[in-house]
Design a protein. Structure first.
Lengths: 112, 117
């Protein structure tokens, strides 16, 4: 069964606005990763945050992790139409080669 | 960055036939690869963990005799869908972890869309 739940399931914003997606999980983790998937394509790794980290930045992306609440958020600032995609969080555990468990995903649409 | 390829990208087969999907790590070694299945507008569901030189570990509810996994080398894992049925139609994605890098990052293939008619 999936560990992560993502919120919202779908998000529609205007270009230039910020987009925030949330992810909650149930068990203890070693790391949490965010991926992007364009329709019908493979996954692109965006950012990884370890369980001992609280915040991480990469370009227009900002990820937070709160292990006490078992939650993470992905913030995309100054969104662009090209950011339109599905975004998934995935939690990794330090067994079986860091097997990932994916959340349900958030479908983001950025309108030009 | 590390690249994972899948072949074929799309396949259509008739019900009852078998289909083999390949997953290759192109510029790194992967002792562990993962196979996922994704139905339309849904998330990725892990099917099995493929270990080089040993038997794959299947997730609960995944039939190991139907989804045969072979990880014969450090750069290649194959998934064979045997006696395919229309309900097996899905997007199959593999991932691999660069086990020499010391990182947790996994690299995903572009996926294979299987349609069983």
């Amino acid at each position: 069964s999936q560990q992560g739940e993502e919120d919202p399931q779908a998000l529609s914003i205007q270009e230039g606005e910020n987009a925030t997606m949330n992810c909650s999980y149930k068990t203890s983790i070693n790391n949490l990763q965010w991926y992007r998937q364009n329709s019908g394509r493979g996954l692109v790794h965006l950012i990884l945050i370890r369980s001992n980290e609280r915040e991480k930045h990469s370009g227009r992306l900002r990820v937070t992790l709160d292990t006490s609440k078992k939650s993470s958020s992905l913030l995309i600032t100054a969104s662009r139409a090209a950011d339109t995609a599905s975004y998934f969080c995935a939690t990794g555990r330090n067994n079986a080669g860091n097997m990932l468990t994916f959340g349900g995903g958030t479908r983001l649409m950025v309108k030009p | 960055g590390a690249v994972v390829s899948q072949h074929p990208s799309r396949v259509i087969c008739k019900s009852g036939t078998s289909v083999k999907i390949e997953c290759r790590s192109l510029d790194f070694q992967a002792t562990t690869m993962f196979w996922y299945r994704q139905f339309p507008k849904q998330s990725l569901m892990l099917m099995a963990t493929s270990n080089e030189g040993s038997k794959a570990t299947y997730e609960q509810g995944v039939e190991k005799d139907k989804f045969l996994i072979n990880h014969a080398s450090l750069t290649l894992s194959t998934l064979t869908v045997t006696s395919a049925h229309p309900e097996d139609s899905s997007f199959y994605i593999c991932s691999a972890r660069d086990t020499t890098s010391g990182t947790y990052e996994q690299y995903f293939g572009p996926g294979t869309r299987l349609t069983v008619t």
